[in-house]
Write a protein that binds this ligand. Sequence first.
Ligand SMILES: *Cc1c(COP(=O)(O)O)cnc(C)c1O
Length: 413
Amino acid sequence: MDKQGFTTGIVHGDRNPGAEHGGVRQPIHTSVQYGFERVEDLIGVFQGTKKGGFNYARQGTLTTAALERKITSLEQGAGSICFGTGMAAISAVFLTLLRAGDHLVSSRYVFGNTNSLFGTLRTLGIEVTMVDSTSVENVANAIRPNTRMAFVETIANPGTQIPDLKGIGELCRERGLAYVVDNTITSPALFVPKAVGASLVVNSLTKTIAGHGAALGGAVTDTGLFDWSAYPNIADEYRRSAPKEQGLLQIRKKGLRDMGAALSSEQAHSIAMGAETLALRVAKCSENALALARYLEKHEAIGRVFYPGLESQLQYEIARALFKGASWLLSFELRNADRMIEVVNALKLLVKATGLGDTRTLIIPVAPTIFYEAGPEVRKSMGISDGMLRLSAGIEDTDDLIADFEQALKLAA
Ligand SMILES: *Cc1c(COP(=O)(O)O)cnc(C)c1O
């Protein structure tokens, strides 16, 4: 199994635990309750002594468990938990592993809703310091005696900043901090955060893992690298498990069971089907993003272009060293921000929509939408200007995308 290639593993993985009647993919199990012949088995599932059993669908079903195995395999991890959305996965990590009086160091370049969630954490007495994570020194300088965790995203949306992923991993290992990496923009097709020492990996399955924009989902993967026996916030009832399992066990019980943001079997199945073509789609999306970045970089109506696959970018070498491709996320600035509405409206093929990692190319002006609530100060600190547009490259034929820009940018002067 381990020796198989990435896509082979995804498309053949479901058969390994023996799907019924030789089915090549896991069926959709919709049962909420699970009945047992012997009550001892029901008790065993509750007490965790009967491994792999189910009692109530809020904590997982056979179908969500199959998706969890798939994500674990893609991330080369020890185990995963699926949630109803990416944000549910992220909030479960923070709310179950941090307590009042704890301190979290986060990259300043994070997803807008994650940024907003930090506001909620602060009202609960959890301190959050946001730093420019492109330099590990900034993370090191922010560490305090009560720091428990560091959080980064692999490629930031929309500015495409890349943290010093490896340096922060080494720092966290030295200082005994949990290292949480949001891998949504790269996905395991381009990058496996375990390689830089991540303790936990978060993925929004809604984006490129599903790829079709027809299902919401999120996942947390434990890479198996972190020693939870030394982590202070594990509840006594979970200390009885093996040290490596304690973190994920607490997230499943406190984060999924108690907070309840469960993924349905139908959505899990839809995500698993999308995931089969993950590597193929990511390759084509990255090819389109690079072609568009090269085209836009040369266009007179365009100011700065942000794409780590361009040789001209500060982050080019680090992206090349760490990732198998520079992803589908691309941002750029219109020189004349006053023409933004006309130019975007003139695009016929691109979809004017939020969302990322779809098979269709999506475009959105950043300041008045996804970073509107963040306010001008946060936007400035993240390098978001009024004329910035974010694009999520799809799998369309490259020439069609360039032709659409060619006609729309005539209105940009
Ligand atoms: C979209 C996104 C999320 C949230 O995922 P949802 O499934 O929409 O809740 C988290 N992190 C990043 C980097 C994202 O792009």
